[in-house]
Design a binder for this molecule. Structure first.
Ligand code: GDP
Length: 482
């Protein structure tokens, strides 16, 4: 049974950990939140002794050596660290984003801070970093829902004003589908494809919606085109028994298969084995898209955080052993704002997850919120304009980015005033406020090129610059290196 397997996995992990201390760190976030960049910078900074003042094991000189090792799970793709760091440092481009689960083992040899432990041996900790799409967590709530419930909710969402235009093709197809008629694969594929296209459009930069289950429709991993992903919500009537071979019966069966062969194995084999979790959020993208996107992000985060709350979902709670004891919720890309705005960015994240955290209580897990930049692509400057001091950020916009009608070619630095975030996060949720008016768009958001590595006067090359990556590390693994 699922339960027995999880218990065995956990037992196996713990026994292995006795001989070889290991920490499994999950890195999740919706697509383009910054998972790949976060892991790449974290590894680079640990391998190259980066400047991490608040990560005390490193700043206190207690880390003897960090190195990459073969990962323990042979069946999970390896996180392509070498490719990603090359893209960043040599091409000054951003790496290929996360598309499926991957893993990397980084082993740290350290000296314990307490003389007592130091007497016995030097410490060694293997950090198994597990990178996976946050979209997959949005599938957990489906486990408790049958096809009719899932369909009713999904169709109601598709009919919301913010989504109806994007869902037009799918809703029109639904209207002309006879649920009881014998189905064929062409009809099935057409419906599934229209539904998937609608979810993808909701994810586009200008709309930036987040609550878009089923998760694999957006992030199929290696399941693209498989029958388990070839279904769509249908307006089925619970009191009707649909004939065998009808589209309604077919999709109900595929939905059940999706849950048993896709969703459950992921939670059982990967999620249930994590010790710590960081959840990355791209708040600026949602702010730029407007209040609908902000509200939808809040819903998605609530759904995601439910996964970390044993007791809520019957299936998961049956075996969750309360393994995860720390969850860090981090707003990424903070280098797009002047540091004066960071406290406001953090309070926006707090507002987004407050309800979920308060309701969850997380039975034993502590949570923390912070704003970080895994790789800092900008620096700050203060410019005085008409006697007023403007806190600006300076960076090299990527080729093709435009600000105020000016298009950049990726070769020159520019200073921009990124704008202010509201002091009261509630304003971001208000429809029709200045935050929803393109002419008054408060935050200027362009993509900057990754930075060049700086050299010290002595000719040493520094590792990737960041904002608060050290605080994140201290919270996530610092206590294990104490
Ligand atoms: P993933 O889908 O979660 O793996 O997202 P990525 O890590 O690929 O990040 C998506 C994009 O966000 C990148 O291509 C960068 O343009 C941008 N990005 C991510 N992290 C940072 C950061 O720390 N600073 C800046 N300036 N941009 C970032």
């Amino acid at each position: 049974t699922d339960e027995a397997r999880i218990v065995l996995d956990n037992l196996g992990d713990r026994t292995a950990s006795l001989f070889h201390p290991t920490l499994r760190l999950g890195v999740a976030g919706l697509s383009r939140a910054g998972k790949t960049v976060f892991i790449t910078s974290l590894v680079h900074n640990l391998l190259h002794g980066g400047r991490l003042p608040l990560f005390t094991a490193q700043s206190g000189g207690r880390i003897a050596r960090s190195f990459l090792e073969e990962q323990p799970d042979a069946a999970i793709p390896r996180f392509q660290y070498e490719d990603h760091i090359r893209t960043i440092l040599e091409e000054r481009q951003w790496p290929q984003s996360t598309r499926a689960i991957s893993e990397l083992r980084l082993t740290i040899e350290y000296e314990s801070a307490s003389g007592w432990s130091r007497m016995f041996s030097a410490g060694k900790l293997s950090l198994d970093i597990v990178d996976y799409p946050g979209e997959w967590l949005l599938d957990l709530p489906l486990l408790d829902k049958d096809f009719a419930t899932f369909s009713t909710e999904a169709i109601a969402r598709a009919q919301l004003p913010a989504r109806a235009a994007m869902a037009g093709e799918y809703l029109a197809l639904l209207a002309e589908t006879d649920l009881s008629a014998p189905s064929d694969e062409a009809t099935a594929s057409r419906l599934a494809a229209a539904f998937t296209r609608y979810l993808r459009e909701c994810r586009a930069d200008t709309t930036a919606l987040s609550t878009l289950p089923p998760g694999r429709f957006l992030m199929p991993g290696d399941l693209e085109g498989s029958p388990a992903l070839t279904f769509a919500p249908l307006p089925v009537d619970r009191s009707v028994t649909y004939p065998k071979g009808s589209i309604a019966a077919l999709f109900a069966r595929r939905y059940a298969a999706y849950k048993s062969v896709v969703v459950k194995p992921f939670f059982r084999e990967h999620f249930a084995r994590l010790d710590r979790q960081i959840l990355l959020i791209d708040v600026m993208q949602a702010i730029n898209a407007g209040p609908e996107a902000i509200r939808d992000l809040e819903t998605a985060l609530t759904d995601i955080l439910v996964c970390f709350r044993p007791g809520k979902t019957s299936w998961l709670s049956s075996f969750m052993t309360r393994r995860i004891d720390r969850i860090l919720i981090a707003a990424t890309k903070a280098d797009h704002l002047h540091r004066e705005s960071h406290p406001r960015l953090e309070s926006i994240v707090r507002r987004l997850v407050d309800d979920a955290i308060a309701r969850a209580k997380f039975s034993g897990a502590t949570t923390e919120v912070l704003a970080l930049a895994s790789i800092r692509a900008t620096h700050e400057a203060n410019v005085t304009q008409d006697g007023q001091r403007l806190p600006m950020i300076v960076g090299t916009p990527m080729a093709g980015e435009t600000i105020d009608g000016q298009t950049f070619d990726g070769s020159s630095e520019t200073a921009i005033f990124p704008g202010d975030l509201p002091a009261n996060p509630a304003r971001l949720f208000e429809t029709g406020g200045p935050w929803n008016n393109a002419a008054l768009d408060p935050v200027t958001f362009v993509r900057f090129k990754p930075p060049r590595l700086e050299q010290t006067a002595e000719g040493f090359t520094l590792s990737l610059p960041h904002i608060r990556l050290d605080r994140a590390l201290q919270y996530l693994i610092g206590d294990k290196l104490a």
